[in-house]
Design a protein around this ligand. Structure first.
Ligand code: PLP
Length: 513
């Protein structure tokens, strides 16, 4: 029997899941030219899906030249004389003879979540949408000095091609900074990237084939979902505990995580232990240790997204997984985007040397190397001690904003609504009473000039419509308090409408009896 497993609750259509898993079996050599695959009816029964699902998957594989059906004999994996798959049919033309480009796109990306999260705020609105630093604190004069200094000192070299693993002085500055934070590493363990988004993309390209499985938090950062699902990787979501009850510590649910590892062949886990996006939750130390123990037992590497960890408010700093890891199972990705300037697009990745070397080669085929001027400016900014000062300053500002947001939620939100209380980061996760749909509320709230991100953006399966994310770092305290009060006001109005509706229904029911 073929090792196929479809996820009924995934947002990826079943026939695409099936097509990709079969394709992965061919690419991985588990299915070879000449092998017969089950008839559509037989496979549909085996998988518990409709026969059309299997027929659709087979049709796509046949169009790709990977399989061929022979009447009366069955369907076979095919290969050219040299064993390689047959080339696909030429693209369909439009009526006017021009190429229909849509037919050539590799996937059907209809999702606009990242787009929405990246949009600039509407003028005069109170936008809790984007988890981004407040640009009014960007130290423009200091950064201009750094820029002038590096251009004077080494402008010509910076404008030339550079090494794919990163600008050496930035690597040195980061190694020193990380050592001071308690993480010792060598140059060969560090790759400069174009942010965490690129690091995730490089990791995906280096490790994952269509049909492979990745374990992720559910809900999670939509940029990660976008990368893995467009690479046809199966995203297995594990719930995040928000710490509402004392016996369920914050962070990814470790019991569900281990159950997922036991029932799937998972290639990687991608987790954000500190101030997770979107829930703001942080895994306690004991959970981090337990997670590493589970990962070690199952031999599944962890990609630790460390992007928010330096934005701790009053909370104690916990050691990252990378620091606790004794068996080289953790790849850590990090970035200047949340602690400094997302516009410079610089981040980094820490991993065993062999992994860094592979990622470096993949990066070469992606963008050759990260912008050298941006790297040099950041290296100078760190060397002058300005990054440390900038982080310390913005941390305090954000901690106050978080306190204002929590107080406003407590003061204004109607009962039945709950929210996370992160010790830092950029986001608070809100759960409305069951039956409320955050996307619908947003339509009315937008008319009043207040915006948030509906929770459904962040789920790769089983979306909870009554959830939403509030980012608090780029709004001043007054706007935070006003925005939360307006939101709570709307919510109460909607609750009253519902109560009136329910009463009317009850009266009508009694009258009928
Ligand atoms: C958890 C998480 N990872 C990665 C990213 C992308 O970061 P970067 O700007 O470094 O690419 C974000 C951005 O919001 C994020 O929230």
């Amino acid at each position: 029997m073929l090792p196929l497993q479809l996820q009924l609750e995934s947002h990826i259509p079943l026939y695409i899941q099936l097509r990709d898993q079969l394709r992965a079996l061919v690419h991985g050599g588990d299915l070879r030219p000449g092998d017969r695959i089950p008839a559509t009816r037989e496979l549909a029964m085996q998988l518990g899906v409709h026969r059309t699902t299997v027929a659709n998957a087979y049709a796509e594989l046949e169009a790709d030249g990977l399989i061929r059906g022979h009447v009366g004999r069955g369907t076979f994996i095919c290969g050219a004389a040299n064993g390689s798959p047959i080339t696909p049919a030429p693209p369909t033309l439009n009526g006017n003879g021009s190429v229909r480009w849509e037919s050539l796109f590799a996937d059907e990306r209809g999702e606009e979540t990242l787009n929405r999260l990246l949009q600039p705020a509407m003028a005069h609105s109170i936008s809790f949408v984007t988890a981004r630093p407040d640009e009014t604190f960007f130290p423009i004069p200091e950064l201009s000095h750094c820029c002038q200094t590096v251009m004077r000192r080494e402008g010509a070299e910076l404008l030339q091609f550079g090494p794919s693993d990163g600008y050496p002085p930035l690597k040195r500055a980061l190694i020193d900074m990380l050592r001071a934070e308690g993480l010792a590493l060598k140059d060969e363990n560090l790759l400069i990237t174009g942010g965490c988004q690129q690091a995730l993309d490089l990791i995906c390209k280096a490790f994952l084939r269509p049909g492979d499985a990745v374990l992720m938090e559910n809900p999670t950062y939509p940029g990660a979902i976008a990368i893995f699902s467009s690479a046809r990787v199966r995203c297995l979501g594990v719930p995040v505990q928000t710490g509402a009850s004392p016996d369920s510590p914050q962070g990814v649910d470790l019991v569900a995580l281990e159950a997922t590892l036991l029932s799937n062949r998972v290639k990687l886990m991608v987790l954000t232990p500190d101030y997770q996006n979107p829930t703001g939750t942080t895994m306690p130390l004991a959970s981090r240790r337990k997670l590493l123990e589970i990962a070690g037992r199952h031999q599944v590497p962890i990609v630790e997204d460390h992007i928010y960890a330096r934005l701790h408010g009053s909370a104690a700093i916990l050691p990252p997984l990378k620091q606790l890891d004794k068996t080289n199972l953790v790849i850590q990705i990090d970035s200047f985007s949340k602690v400094a300037f997302p516009g410079l697009r610089v981040g980094w990745c820490i991993a065993p040397a062999s992994v860094i070397e592979r990622l470096r080669l993949v990066k070469q085929t992606t963008d050759l190397h990260t912008d050298q001027l941006a790297q040099a400016i950041l290296a100078e900014f760190i060397r002058r001690g300005q990054l440390g000062r900038h982080i310390a300053k913005t941390r305090k500002v954000y901690a106050k904003r978080l306190a204002v947001m929590t107080a406003a939620l407590e003061r204004h939100m109607p009962s039945g609504t709950c929210w996370t209380e992160p010790g830092g980061g950029m986001c608070v996760w809100v759960e409305l009473p069951l039956g409320f749909d955050a996307s619908e509320l947003l339509i009315h709230l937008r008319e009043r000039g207040v915006l948030f991100s509906p929770g459904r953006y962040f789920f790769q399966q089983n979306p909870q419509p009554n959830t939403l994310r509030l980012s608090f770092t780029s709004l001043d305290e007054k706007k935070i308090a006003r925005g939360v009060a307006m939101f709570a006001d709307l919510l109460r109005q909607e609750m009253r409408k519902r109560q009136r509706g329910a009463r009317r229904e009850e009266t009508a029911r009694v009258a009928l009896v």
